[in-house]
Design a protein around this ligand. Structure first.
Ligand SMILES: *Cc1c(COP(=O)(O)O)cnc(C)c1O
Length: 489
């Protein structure tokens, strides 16, 4: 099926255009800061050319991540006011339980404070020394928790997954033959579960199809292995199935999510992405699985009716889950991303296609093809884009990788700048601004140079590491900006 034939939800204009019209109105606003470029140069230097070290006071559009910075609805904030403060047996928890059951049709539910806490519990309960865990792709926290318990990850993505330019509607699919090979090689006894991640985060928010999930289920049934679904981005995955997979256009979001849940033995999610700004859930219909996990919740999280969340967060999550089933609420972020991706692709910019969930990804390796990978093109692109726009993206390339024992960098498979689209946060004119400035940067890309380390931490260096520009390219880039934009912000 050609994805080009199936645009996401757009409203036709008389002029002939179609636009992803905002189907919400803004009732609470937060002031943003668009500093002059001279101040932005000072800010990025102060931040060691690392966007994690910028303050939102210095940022115009915060496109670092969608995690925990989605907009709340009026109904969510209203629900937070009626939250029932209680250590045990809170009515807020009961309301949330009703929504989780409604959405996932799972009987046994465990609350946790965020997604990685669910992974800690799933990891401790089911992953043992020497275990092998097949998955469509890893997420950073998943990998850490499963490895700490002695597991080895096997990423079984298809050949399409890491291609920058693709029209494949389901780049998050698992390669079924390779999955069978891994099971054959290691034996089902060493495989505690197969993990499927909805809207595969690190592949660029790319979904898997229901057909693929059914094939994975068949393999799981044949080999008697269970399926664990990471549902942190399930709303968007279900939305893409509705948009892109034949036979699903008429199905409701609820029916699609329910079908995905029914194909899984255990479901967990981070509510920082799904539905609210905090929290997480593990749920299953199998009492034996629940029983192996339950005692870990009071140990690490809190009592079984709050799991480390405040009752206000629980109320917001309950309403947010309900709103995930609403087309107009869930379509906003993927439709805006789709708009950004189609438009930048049309302008000839190296953006990853097709659009996925959570954000757009720019291929920094081809955007800045004159910068060797050892000089961090993705990091340089993030810094340069902040400098000329005030927009904060995230580096997903070699800076986010590690240094090897021989002292060299483990070069990333692909150098990406991620521009996250937190749900319902930005307007279309802000998206147009991002597209416009990115095009300007592309036309002036030769002025951008590489980065080098000033202070490099040993672990997770991308979070707080400091770099500097090689040469004085930021000053030259700023001069060209002034030449073209005058004294405009
Ligand atoms: C964010 C995320 C997690 C971790 O959740 P946190 O709430 O940040 O701990 C796990 N899996 C996926 C797919 C995610 O996107």
């Amino acid at each position: 099926m050609d994805i080009e034939q199936r645009p996401t939800e757009m409203v036709k204009f008389y002029s002939g255009n179609s636009l992803p019209l905002e189907l919400h109105k803004v009732r609470v606003v937060q002031k943003l800061h668009l500093l002059p470029i001279e101040k932005r140069l000072e800010a990025i230097e102060r931040a060691g050319f690392n966007s994690f070290l910028l303050s939102t006071r210095e940022t115009y559009l915060d496109m670092l991540t969608d995690s925990g910075c989605n907009a709340m609805s009026d109904r969510q904030t209203a629900a937070m006011m009626v939250a029932d403060d209680a250590y045990a047996g809170s009515q807020s928890y009961e309301r949330m339980e009703v929504q989780v059951k409604n959405m996932f049709a799972k009987e046994y539910i465990l609350p946790v404070h965020q997604g990685r806490a669910a992974e800690n519990i799933v990891g401790q309960a089911f992953v043992h020394e020497g275990d092998q865990i097949p998955m469509n792709y890893h997420f950073t926290t998943t990998k850490a928790h499963f490895e700490i318990n002695g597991g080895t990850l096997h990423e079984i993505y298809t050949d399409e997954a890491l291609k920058v330019k693709s029209t494949h509607p389901f780049k998050g699919n698992m390669d079924i033959n390779r999955l069978k090979d891994v099971i054959e090689t290691y034996g089902a006894a060493r495989i505690p579960f197969i993990r499927l991640e909805a809207s595969t985060n690190l592949i660029g928010g790319q979904p898997f199809s229901m057909e693929n999930m059914r094939q994975v289920r068949k393999v799981a049934d044949d080999t008697n292995i269970m399926i664990v679904l990471d549902a942190s981005l399930i709303g968007e995955n279900a939305w893409f199935i509705k948009q892109r997979e034949s036979g699903y256009a008429q199905k409701t979001m609820g029916e699609i999510i329910r079908e995905m849940s029914d194909l899984s033995d255990l479901v967990y999610f981070s509510a920082r992405k799904l539905s609210s700004s905090r929290g997480g859930i593990i749920c299953t219909n199998r009492f034996d699985l629940y029983d192996q996990m339950r005692d870990l919740v009071p140990l690490y999280e809190g009592f079984l009716t709050y799991g480390g969340m405040s009752v206000r967060e629980i109320e917001a999550m309950a309403v947010g889950l309900e709103e995930t089933l609403d087309n107009t609420m869930i379509s906003q972020s993927p439709s805006f991303i789709d708009y950004f991706v189609r438009k930048t692709d049309g302008l000839g910019l190296p953006v990853v296609t097709p659009g996925g969930a959570l954000g757009a990804h720019i291929d920094a390796g081809s955007f800045l093809s004159h910068i060797p990978q050892q000089e961090y093109p993705a990091g340089a692109l993030v810094a340069a884009f902040y400098l000329i726009s005030g927009i904060r993206g995230m580096e997903r390339g070699t800076i986010s990788s590690v240094r090897l024992e021989d002292g060299s960098d483990l070069l990333a498979d692909i150098e990406l700048m991620r521009l996250a689209f937190p749900r319902r946060v930005f307007t279309l004119s802000q998206v147009e601004y991002a597209i416009d400035r990115l095009k300007w940067l592309f036309d002036n890309r030769r002025l951008v140079g590489g980065l080098e380390w000033e202070k490099e931490p040993k672990v997770l260096r991308f979070f707080v590491g400091r770099l500097k520009a090689r040469g004085d390219w930021p000053v030259k880039l700023m001069a060209k900006f002034r030449e073209d934009f005058g004294d405009s912000l």
